[in-house]
Structure formats: C-alpha cells, structure tokens
Design a protein around this ligand. Structure first.
Ligand SMILES: [Zn+2]
Length: 109
C-alpha cells in the first residue's frame, strides 16, 4: 500500500486517506494556444513506469492539494511537497538522483 505524508498538516496515512489528482507539473495552455498545444495538455500524459510526479489531495484530512514524487513500480515515495511550486524541491531531486542513478530529468513547466 502507498503511504503518503501530507506536507500541509503533517499527517501520514494510507492512500485511501488521500485522493489522486493526476500528473503534477503539467504545462497548461489557455486562450490563444493552438489545437496541438491544447491537445497535448488535455490528453498527452506522461504515464511513467518509474519516477513520477503526482497531485494528491488530503481528502480525509486538511483538504489541501500537494505534490508527491514516487516510483510507480515499487511504490517508494521520494517525498511530498507543496503544490505551489513549479518543480520538486532540491532535497527530493537529490534523493531521486541518489536512488535512481541514470534517471533523466524532464523539463518542468
Ligand atoms: Zn493534510
């Protein structure tokens, strides 16, 4: 089972305490964008096997959204952090690099 810690209130719980909200750090396109950009925003998700960045909501707690960095194959959680960021904090990036040598970083929006 996936165990997450809400960075907003500090509560640690099983994934049933939270609600998954899809991929984190998605580049959003609004008015003025072309069809291809909007299509990529709506439908082209990363669906990673391995390190993945996700949005979660503490449904049965404080109700706030946050981000989680985890491995989709082992359920290892590298860390959770505020949703008000454009990319993961350095300590989480360092932890991922140490645990998954050779893993390549994508560009964050
Ligand atoms: Zn919380």
């Amino acid at each position: 089972m996936l165990i997450l810690t809400c960075p907003c209130c500090g509560v640690t719980g099983e994934e049933t305490e939270f609600h998954a909200g899809g991929e984190a750090h998605i580049k959003r396109f609004g008015p003025g964008s072309d069809d291809e950009q909007f299509h990529s925003y709506m439908f082209a998700k990363e669906n990673a096997k391995g390190v993945h960045f996700e949005r979660w909501r503490h449904n049965n707690g404080c109700g706030k959204w946050f981000h989680a960095a985890r491995c989709t194959t082992t359920l290892e959680v590298f860390g959770t952090y505020s949703a008000q960021t454009y990319e993961p904090p350095k300590e989480i990036k360092d932890k991922i690099s140490a645990r998954r040598p050779g893993w390549s970083w994508r560009e964050f929006a």
